[in-house]
Design a protein around this ligand. Sequence first.
Ligand SMILES: Nc1ncnc2c1ncn2[C@@H]1O[C@H](COP(=O)(O)OP(=O)(O)OP(=O)(O)O)[C@@H](O)[C@H]1O
Length: 237
Amino acid sequence: MIALENSVVHYGAARVLSDVTIEAAQGEIIAIIGRNGAGKSTTLKAMIAVLPLQQGRRLFNQQDISHKSVEHISRLGVALVPDSRRIFPNLSVMENLRMGTLAHKPGYWTIKRVLEIFPRLQERIAFGGDQLSGGEQQMLSIGRALLGNPKILLLDEPTEGLAPLIVNHLIEVFGLVHKQGTGIVLVEQNLRVSMRLAHRQYVLDHGTVAWSGTTAQLEAQRDIVESIITTGVSHGH
Ligand SMILES: Nc1ncnc2c1ncn2[C@@H]1O[C@H](COP(=O)(O)OP(=O)(O)OP(=O)(O)O)[C@@H](O)[C@H]1O
């Protein structure tokens, strides 16, 4: 459904992604894992055309969308929850959610449904965005993205820095999102989270795919994958 094919991305003169091929099929959960600076966030930005491809192709449902804009890709039903969360600090929780409905497409997710899965947001409904904890901000950012009823949700380190209870709650929420038929591309540093959620996993190292396989294969080769993630030594595919 969404894919990068042999993609190369530069920041100025620096090559940050080399020959990256990553694909998420319809309704699939894939995880992109790797160390700090491996190129995970860059991959998500390249998928939604925030960053241009120097080489390779960007695909949506087998169609070449390499030259389409961020807005076009968003209208196709691809939503990003960035690691910065980007909620509006001066707007209330309710107002932030209403911003999410501006691009509302009819579907499962409504403000009522979002508040049911995140009761914490219901309790904080009149609070300003800047009065929320990190976990609450993450819930709001995810809820806002869901209100567009995306076909595919890109999540950039959604559990980073959050308490284990909140991480478990988010894992349940992502499971529910997937059950509604939404595909998920999850960028994670926490292998425990990616192993619980994803069907397939890609390990990035120095801007290339150093390993990819199913979660069962990763379980069997966990030592190899962990050594790539911790030391950055690539052991091949
Ligand atoms: N705006 C930028 N300008 C130049 N280089 C950048 C920029 N953003 C990221 N980079 C570099 O690109 C490489 C990949 O960064 P990226 O953020 O994709 O990594 P990451 O795997 O998501 O890591 P992190 O977990 O730290 O976000 C790093 O070497 C980083 O320093």
